[in-house]
Design a protein around this ligand. Structure first.
Ligand code: FAD
Ligand code: NAG
Ligand code: NAG
Ligand code: NAG
Length: 497
């Protein structure tokens, strides 16, 4: 415990400016004292025994982030509160973190040791305007909560495919089951309220601060400011035809081929899939009980036609397809799956071209499969997910003004690798396993010219650098964070890679 905390503190100081370690530690409590007097004790919790403090620091999908102890947690209820918080943190020279849903697995992206944690969880105001069909939501709550709110109007917003994920998803692009029709979550942004690192509260849209708007459309969270309100184009939410197909791993090659065919040839924007291959820690047996293939198939409409025939014809062991409402869709395969999978989780991402001409996704699958077999016992769960990016998605992005990824025309495919490791593992083994998993992912080349997906990336993959807009984003980062307040005092994506 001690050596780990010490190591992480050293890493932390290495990334902060001139002030010595002791000044850094004292600055957290100083910021908290100042905030307690300006915001009041019910918005600033410093006691580690307070139930709110315990819950907010527990609530990370990568439970390693729960080991850090912020000097205090601030619960703003307005953009003014966020502005006051940033100014006080800056004046004290403290570390800080901005937390929405707490699902980003990377260290110090939404967690902080000895500094101020700004938890946006109490900002949950939502509204719907039936004349304009625009929806607004604040950053608090999960996408499940947000979808539930808008369903009273038979509408939804483009957001997470799993109910439990938080709104930070949108700032990393945001891939939804509806993306084939409407583009990424950011493509439906119409106006954002942003608290800049200076503390100024501004509006960003296609006409007001358009550069800031561009950067916030997928250029990463906690980089240019804090988004306190999203105004987005809402979308109709009716009856879906959706479910999971589960196959034995012996069918891996056929299912992979079907995923490739769907990515290359599906032209129905209402049809969406994720293919997930999972390996558990259970030892290999003759029945392959340690592994499974779980397909998520979602059609926006009551009848999918032939869209999924290439998957159903492969005779899955389990088929839960049927008509569902949107809340049921985002709770597949079972409700609370986001909460259940909390643990020592780390993500990595890869990208490959159209499977009709680029077999990189299969090479990456084979590398992952071989690694998992060779490293039994080092993980509780490992998975690789296949996420096709359709031409209809990139077209929908373009017609709405494009986004910070400047996505080249589909089809192409993002892969998400997950490793969940046992909490009992020694820190030395943990680090060795992470490095080995990283080397496995790096052993297969990504397709050049395609962006890595921020939401699935490990910090060391420097995904922003793969964007064709990287130079522009670097310039905008300097403009909106001119003295490097965010760059030096909170975690997040590297703009200097
Ligand atoms: C189980 C699971 C399912 C997922 N499914 C999807 C999916 O379907 N589609 C997809 O695109 N991604 C998905 N992801 C990835 C997910 O988008 C990222 O993990 C994302 O970072 C989560 O956002 P959050 O609010 O939960 O996390 P947080 O860790 O709280 O936030 C993520 C980052 O954004 C910053 N941030 C958050 N809110 C703001 C704000 N208002 N202003 C400024 N900065 C902010 C935080 O500081 C942090 O750095 C999934 C992840 C998990 C674990
Ligand atoms: C590893 O780090 C964790 C978290 O800080 C700590 O609890 C544990 O004692 C450390 N183990 C070793 C062997 O250093
Ligand atoms: C994939 O497409 C090829 C032809 O392009 C076909 O031969 C094959 O049967 C298809 N596989 C699946 C599983 O759909
Ligand atoms: C299914 O695979 C066949 C090739 O066997 C392909 O022609 C067809 O377009 C595919 N359909 C979909 C919806 O992916």
């Amino acid at each position: 415990m001690y050596s780990f905390v010490l190591c992480s503190c050293l890493a932390l100081f290495a990334t902060t400016e001139a002030a010595g370690p002791l000044a850094q530690i004292a600055s957290g409590p100083a910021a908290c004292a100042s905030l307690t007097s300006s915001l009041g004790a019910n918005k600033v919790i410093s006691s580690q025994l307070n139930p709110n403090y315990i819950e907010t620091t527990y609530n990370y999908w990568n439970s390693k982030q729960s080991q850090y102890t912020p000097s205090c947690i601030v619960y703003p209820v307005s953009s003014q509160d966020v502005s006051i918080s940033l100014k006080a943190i800056k004046a004290a020279g403290s570390r800080f973190a901005i937390k929405a849903g707490g699902h980003n697995p990377n260290t110090f992206y939404s967690s902080v040791e000895d500094g101020v944690l700004i938890s946006l969880e109490k900002m949950t105001t939502r509204s719907y305007d039936s004349k304009t069909t625009l929806a607004t939501y604040q950053p608090g709550g999960t996408f499940g909560d947000i979808y539930e709110y808008f369903l009273q109007y038979h509408r939804t917003v483009v957001g997470a495919r799993l109910a439990g994920v938080g709104t930070g998803l949108a700032l990393g692009g945001g891939l939804s089951f509806l993306s084939g029709q409407y583009g990424m979550a950011v493509d439906s942004f119409r106006e954002l309220e942003v608290v800049l690192p200076s503390g100024d509260i501004v509006t960003a849209s296609a006409t007001k601060n358009p550069d800031l708007f561009f950067a916030c459309k997928g250029g990463g969270g906690n980089a240019y400011g804090v988004v306190t309100k999203y105004t987005v184009q809402s979308r109709p939410a009716g009856t879906f035809y959706a479910g999971n197909l589960i196959y034995a791993l012996q069918q891996n090659n056929d299912v992979l081929e079907a995923i490739g065919n769907f990515t290359s040839y599906n032209t129905d924007p209402k049809a969406s899939i994720i293919g997930t291959y999972e390996k558990l820690l259970t030892p290999e047996t003759d029945f392959n009980l340690d592994s499974a293939i779980v397909m998520f198939l979602v059609y926006d409409g009551p009848d999918p036609g032939k869209a999924f025939d290439n998957f159903t014809k492969l005779n899955p062991l389990i088929n839960t397809m049927g008509q569902k409402n949107y809340l049921e869709v985002v709770n597949m395969p079972i409700p609370l799956s986001t909460q259940i999978t909390r643990g020592y989780n780390i993500f990595r991402v890869a990208v490959h071209g159209d499977p009709a001409s680029d077999q990189g996704f299969i090479a990456h699958y084979n590398a992952w499969d071989a690694w998992c077999e060779a490293n039994k016992g080092d993980y509780v769960l490992s998975s690789v997910d296949f996420q096709p990016i359709a031409k209809s998605l990139t077209d929908a992005s373009k017609t709405q003004g494009g986004n910070a990824m400047n996505m080249p025309s589909g089809p192409w495919i993002w892969l998400n690798f997950l490793i969940n490791t046992p909490p009992t593992q020694s820190n030395g083994t943990y680090n060795a396993v992470q490095e080995s998993f990283r080397d496995m992912v790096n052993s297969v080349q990504n397709k050049a010219g395609l962006p890595l997906f921020l939401n699935d990336a490990n910090y060391d993959q420097n995904p922003l650098k793969t964007f064709s807009t990287y130079r522009k984003l670097q310039t905008l980062k300097k403009r909106y964070d001119p003295d490097g307040f965010f760059a030096k005092h909170t975690g997040g994506w590297n703009f200097n890679a």
